[in-house]
Write a protein that binds this ligand. Structure first.
Ligand code: PLP
Length: 343
């Protein structure tokens, strides 16, 4: 038995591999605020090609790329339409209000997947009483929806509603590659649909830092100024961008392994007395509900004593996230520990 910690708290906890560190160590560098870092430029160009979009901007985090995206598409007092479970609303420190001065219209849905009809119902009439609806944000995969993936046909229907009503369409694609791998879809299909896309390199792709914002040349020109104003202009950022490029070139296909791990653990959890219910494993996230009489902290402490870290995701909800730093042996051990838990 190893005493390695099995960390299921997030896919952000991964460390760069030896190969990735080697790319970082040897990355050609320059000052990216002058636009002169060859490694940052290579990463941005690679993403542009991959999504078939005009331009990309390397930023420090997915929160930053989402917040810049939202600011590009709104004026103060506008309204952003998004799901009640969405990261842009729940987990970005109130950034929509602070950075864009916009209000938020929340849609209630199953697992963060709303419909074009719901979008239509939440667009305000053009009337001085109402905030001006200017943007729809969706998240794929949906983190708080247990890694749920959108149907591309529904996204196309939402895009049609956006076009007809003059709304911008932003994708929080922190885990977009998990959705692409799970559904056999292409990055270009998403590039066609959205005005701006945020992708994270530091989630399941395994880079230590960084996200990209993709959009038109005009959007990215403006985004650079907003990034600077937010204090996000980085100098020899190629040292981290090189890791991001390695991640995009090497770590996408393997996400299927993480989805397999989630499915394997889901099967085990379905038969356990302390589990009330579990959301179907679509990608690399599992959200399970523990029975109402149980204390979350007791279960988490029990797991911690076995070297397994997980987190609570709201009342009675526990989240497991699978990633490239967990081996198949780790998953076998995890299943044994879960099966041995009697509550
Ligand atoms: C992680 C995440 C982000 C960005 O988070 P950062 O920690 O700021 O990089 C955005 N959206 C979703 C859905 C996420 O899971």
């Amino acid at each position: 038995m190893t005493n390695k910690i099995i960390d299921l708290r997030s896919d952000t906890v991964t460390k760069p591999s030896t190969e990735m560190l080697d790319k970082m160590f040897h990355a050609p560098l320059g000052d990216d605020v002058f636009g002169e870092d060859p490694s940052v430029n290579a990463l941005q160009d690679f993403a542009v090609e991959m999504f078939g979009m005009e331009a990309a901007l390397f930023c420090s985090s997915g929160t930053q790329t989402n917040q810049i995206g939202i600011k590009l598409h709104t004026q103060p007092a506008d309204e952003v339409i998004c799901d009640a479970l969405s990261h842009v609303y729940l987990y970005e420190g109130g950034g929509i209000a602070a950075n864009s001065g916009a209000s938020v219209r929340l849609i209630q849905s199953e697992r963060g997947l709303f419909t074009a009809e719901q979008v239509l119902q939440n667009i305000n009439d053009d009337n001085v009483h109402f905030p001006h609806s200017s943007l729809v944000c969706i998240e794929n995969t949906v983190n708080k929806g247990g890694g749920a993936c959108w149907d591309y046909s529904e996204l196309k229907a939402i895009k049609a509603v956006c076009t007809k009503n003059n709304l911008a369409f932003h994708l929080d694609g922190a885990r977009l590659f998990n959705a692409l791998v799970a559904k056999g879809e292409s990055a270009k299909a998403y590039g066609e649909l959205f005005d701006t896309i945020s992708i994270c390199l530091s989630k399941g792709l395994g880079a230590p830092v960084g996200s990209l914002l993709l959009g038109t040349k005009d959007h990215i020109y403006k985004a650079k100024r907003i990034r600077k104003a937010m204090g996000g202009g980085m100098r020899q950022a190629g040292i981290i961008a090189a890791a991001g490029l390695y991640a995009l070139q090497n770590n996408i296909e393997r996400l299927a392994e993480d989805h397999q791990k989630a499915k394997q653990v889901e099967q085990v959890l379905r038969n356990l007395s302390w589990v009330e219910s579990i959301q179907p494993a679509e990608t690399n996230i599992l959200i399970l509900k523990i029975r109402a009489h149980l204390e979350m902290s007791v279960l988490l402490n029990h797991l911690a004593a076995e070297g397994i870290k997980a987190i609570s995701m709201g009342k009675h909800l526990m989240r497991f996230v699978f990633h490239l730093d967990q081996s198949m042996e780790d998953i076998v051990k995890l299943c044994e520990v879960l099966e041995g838990m009697k509550f």
